[in-house]
Write a protein that binds this ligand. Structure first.
Ligand SMILES: [Zn+2]
Length: 150
């Protein structure tokens, strides 16, 4: 916790967060908005949220795993992402393995928030479920929920 210093910046800049903003002084290069609380700094440091695209990605933190249809877990997808990484390392397409943080980031991109009733303006927690990209695509195209999904 010594890497987080209270410099009196007020409230966390994340939507709906009432925590006190702190300044991160640690070794990781965290881009993007810096007026965040400890929890939101930690989300960026862990890779769960892309710090360079914080505003685009912050809904990811609300995703609850496993997924609603097939019960896919974070670990299920992490194993696949790691295999893809290892494949490209072996092929020589990429020089070296991604870092753990980058792999976590890639894994989180496998999941999406789905509006259960199809109304993408209805952002009540009870109306949002977590799906993989393939589960989501199936629901949207086959089950006729194409009026929006965010
Ligand atoms: Zn916060």
């Amino acid at each position: 916790m010594k890497n987080f210093v209270d410099k009196g910046k007020g409230q966390c800049g994340a939507q709906g967060c009432d925590n006190k903003a702190v300044t991160y002084t640690g070794k990781y290069n965290i881009k993007g908005r810096t007026v965040h609380c400890v929890k939101h700094h930690m989300n960026k440091i862990s890779g769960r949220i892309d710090s360079a695209n914080f505003n685009r990605d912050q809904y990811i933190e609300h995703l609850r795993l496993p997924t609603a249809f097939l019960g896919i877990t974070f670990k299920d997808e992490y194993i696949k992402v790691k295999k893809i990484n290892d494949f490209f390392v072996e092929q020589g397409t990429i020089e070296k393995s991604l870092t753990k943080r980058e792999l976590i980031r890639r894994t989180m991109q496998c999941f999406e928030a789905d509006h259960i009733n199809g109304n993408h303006k209805d952002n009540r927690k009870i109306n949002i479920q977590c799906l993989t990209k393939s589960e989501h695509k199936f629901k949207t195209d086959v089950c006729g929920d194409s009026i929006g999904w965010r």
